[in-house]
Design a protein around this ligand. Structure first.
Ligand SMILES: [Fe+2]
Length: 320
């Protein structure tokens, strides 16, 4: 015979009765069902609590915007082969600002100025500041590292060259050589990189510098890449946690893998160079940037974003 427990008694029970209670107290089928649903709700609530605790303690993916080769001038109106570099850069900034997911940090990978003037770097700071995203930089062949170090120091721009974005270790190198178009990493830079990577233990590492350590496929650029790429590779080969290397300089999308490391070249925010060209040639591709998502387990994803910008490019130009 089924014992009917008055409703008021059931109602006075704790909202989340334990399972044993459900098993031992003889109840009607409907009350047993109520009891079971209560237990289930309690379990779901506990599971949600556990999942949120895990989420708080686990780093979430990190979104990086790589912006490169802005080639800004002291004069904001000045054009590079028919393109006003401050205007196309502004388009890129607006695109970053409109992204669904806000980047956690910005990496500026060289040739930030075309004339190396303090005014051009001040403009860079003024244009990047409204984004309020932590921004880091390194010099390219067109830059003046000394002036950059004097101007690009104020928030949100940081002069730091090695930092952690949990759990990733990000290291920025200066591959520029004063008065030269090609790149070179000094023995001191490589020694410092080696030390930094030793200290990061197994944290996945991202390295960035301006010059590509591989041939791009365009003959005219064969002699203007990173001249001592093999010495850089030797350092990388000693640290299996290096995952990704980003660079600029070639004004086009580029991807290559060597051992466990992926190398990504990124379009400029201004003029684009035509891939696989014997001689200097401009491309009709739009200005762009690269987005890189870094996952806590060392995996990553990347895509190139282009902006819509129109101007009358000087396609007859033989250089820049
Ligand atoms: Fe450049």
């Amino acid at each position: 015979m089924i014992e009917i427990i008055p409703f008021t008694e059931v109602d006075r029970r704790p909202k989340s009765p334990n399972i044993l209670m459900c098993m031992w107290v003889p109840l009607s089928i409907s009350l047993r069902l109520t009891c079971f649903l209560d237990c289930l709700n309690s379990l779901i609530a506990m599971l949600e609590l556990f999942m949120s605790a895990v989420a708080v303690n686990s780093p979430s993916p990190l979104l990086i915007a790589q912006i490169t080769d802005t080639h800004l001038y002291a004069d904001a109106q000045k054009e590079l082969l028919g393109l006003q570099t401050s205007q196309s850069f502004q388009c890129v900034i607006e695109q970053v600002n409109a992204l669904e997911q806000r980047p956690d940090l910005i990496l500026l990978t060289g040739d930030l100025s075309q004339d190396g003037t303090a005014e051009s770097y001040e403009r860079l700071h003024t244009m990047v500041s409204p984004l309020a995203i932590p921004t880091y930089w390194l010099p390219g062949n067109h830059d003046c590292p000394k002036t950059m170090a004097q101007v690009l120091t104020r928030s949100p721009i940081s002069p730091q060259k090695s930092f952690y974005a949990d759990p990733w270790h990000i290291v920025l190198l200066d591959s520029s050589v004063p008065g030269c178009v090609h790149g070179y990493l000094s023995p001191e830079s490589l020694e410092w990189l080696d030390q930094e990577l030793r200290q990061s233990n197994d944290a996945p590492a991202l390295i960035a510098f301006h010059h590509p350590p591989f041939l791009s496929g365009s003959d005219w650029m064969n002699d203007i890449g990173l001249l001592n790429a093999e010495e850089f590779f030797e350092v990388c080969d000693r640290h299996s946690h290096v995952k990704l290397v980003l660079f600029g300089h070639i004004h086009q999308n580029f991807s290559h893998q060597r051992n466990q490391v992926h190398y990504l070249g990124t379009p400029s925010t201004c003029i684009q160079f035509k891939p696989n060209s014997v001689n200097f040639a401009l491309d009709e591709e739009q200005p762009g940037l690269r987005l890189v998502t870094l996952y806590p387990d060392g995996k990553w994803e990347s895509e190139v974003e282009r902006v819509v910008y129109s101007c009358k490019l000087d396609f007859a130009a033989a250089g820049y």
